[in-house]
Ligand binder design. Structure first.
Ligand code: PMP
Ligand code: GLN
Length: 385
């Protein structure tokens, strides 16, 4: 067996979801909404399954979806993309990440990663032969330190893998951070792999800024998106990759031997969904912001220290004020004794993890959030005892 995978445990999301099920806990761990997603988009997929084409679609994706992705990013982010040469459809952002890392990295190349990082990044980088160099971000603001950023680059750096908005932090990086990152990428001649799956899940009137739009980045950025997050349909696994033609050609070679294609019926429904009126996206965001605020005030009222969240489905608490210094033990107690599953944020670090933050998914119905808050009511008192 390959030692890298043989030595890996089950993902923290799967572990917590299983525990939640065993304990009949309310699952605010793994990030998925209670909501069943927009009916018209699901109906469109159902119709395509029953009446449409169910054989292999083109390897790069349905032309209609590739055009819809280009139109969508022009409408929302001002990007001009050629759908035929600069857009590819993958089976979720995860496949896009895996394919991009396989296609871009030669063994020994260095990859800059920002921790906390999504759990798939490090194993994929290492399996592709990459050597990880970390920049560490800390709560409550998760800002990128200039010196640390500069120190992470070397003449061997090939790729920077940047997640914005950042899961699990809920941080959203704007123009000044993006400009610094862009300068570093240009100066060191590095490709930016941008995981922007949370680009529409952003609050408080903020708007998403793609790194690809920064000076010098158009030809050296791979932008990754996911319909799962845009339509609250996390099981759909329809991802998009956008990159300049020279890069996209290589990514397509990786894609053709990983999944080759993505279900055509889901692609058709996503093409329809991406063209929905602005009102859909505004309402989706407003609904999630309301849930975030409801859950955040419920937690604060119960004595928890809530960290800011400007994007994603996630809200973090600082458990240090509860006298707790081990997030894994805290989350185990939470699910076993209080019946609520959360995710220990140390799971997103490879080196020197912070151990005082726990992540909750608030993309749930009011009744689910309120029931979880009820169960969390006596945690603070017990934590201090
Ligand atoms: N990247 C990040 C940062 C994520 O949070 C997720 C899923 N939550 C993914 C990638 C995976 O996306 P997909 O389900 O489209 O593979
Ligand atoms: N991205 C989801 C989260 O952060 C989990 C996805 C998964 O289970 N792989 O909760």
């Amino acid at each position: 067996m390959n030692s890298l995978f043989a030595d890996l445990g089950v993902s923290v999301f799967e572990t917590m979801s299983r525990l939640a099920q065993e304990r009949q806990a309310i699952n605010l761990g793994q990030g998925f909404p209670d909501d069943s997603g927009p009916l018209d988009v699901r109906e469109r997929a159902a119709k395509a399954v029953v009446e449409g084409w169910n054989q292999y679609p083109p390897m790069l994706g349905l032309p209609a979806l590739r055009a819809a992705v280009a139109d969508h990013y022009l409408r929302f982010q001002g990007l001009t993309l050629d759908p035929e040469r600069e857009v590819m459809i993958t089976s979720g952002a995860t496949e896009a990440l895996a394919g991009a890392l396989l296609a871009l990295i030669e063994p020994g190349d260095e990859v800059v990663l920002f921790q906390p990082m999504y759990d798939a990044y490090l194993p994929l980088v290492r399996r592709a032969g990459g050597v990880a160099k970390f920049v560490t971000l800390k709560p409550p603001h998760w800002t990128i330190d200039d010196d640390e950023l500069e120190a992470a680059f070397s003449p061997h750096t090939k790729v920077v893998l940047f997640n914005n908005p950042l899961n699990p932090a809920g941080a959203v990086y704007g123009a000044s951070t993006l400009a610094r990152l862009a300068r570093a990428c240009v100066e060191h001649d590095v490709i930016a792999l941008c995981d922007e799956v949370w680009e529409h899940v952003i609050f408080d009137g903020l708007s998403h800024a793609p790194l690809m739009a920064m000076e010098g980045m158009r030809e050296r950025t791979v932008k990754i998106g996911s319909a799962g997050k845009i339509f609250s349909l996390t099981g759909w696994k329809v991802g998009f990759v956008c990159a300049a033609p020279a890069i996209l050609r290589s990514l397509a070679r990786a894609h053709q031997f990983i999944t080759f294609t993505t279900p055509p019926n889901l692609q058709e429904a996503v093409a329809y969904g991406l063209a929905k009126d602005d009102a859909y996206f505004v309402a989706m965001r407003a609904g999630l912001q309301r849930s975030r605020d409801r859950f955040a005030s419920g937690l604060s009222e119960r004595g928890f220290t809530v960290l800011p969240s400007a994007g994603t489905y996630f809200l973090n608490i600082d458990i240090a004020p509860l006298g707790r210094s081990d997030d894994v033990a805290f989350c185990r107690d939470l699910v076993e004794r209080h019946g609520v599953a959360a995710i220990p944020v140390s799971a997103f670090y490879a080196e020197a993890p912070i151990r005082n933050v726990a992540r909750f998914c608030f993309a749930k119905r009011d009744a689910t959030l309120d029931a979880a808050l009820d169960r969390l009511s006596d945690v603070v008192a017990q934590g201090r005892a």
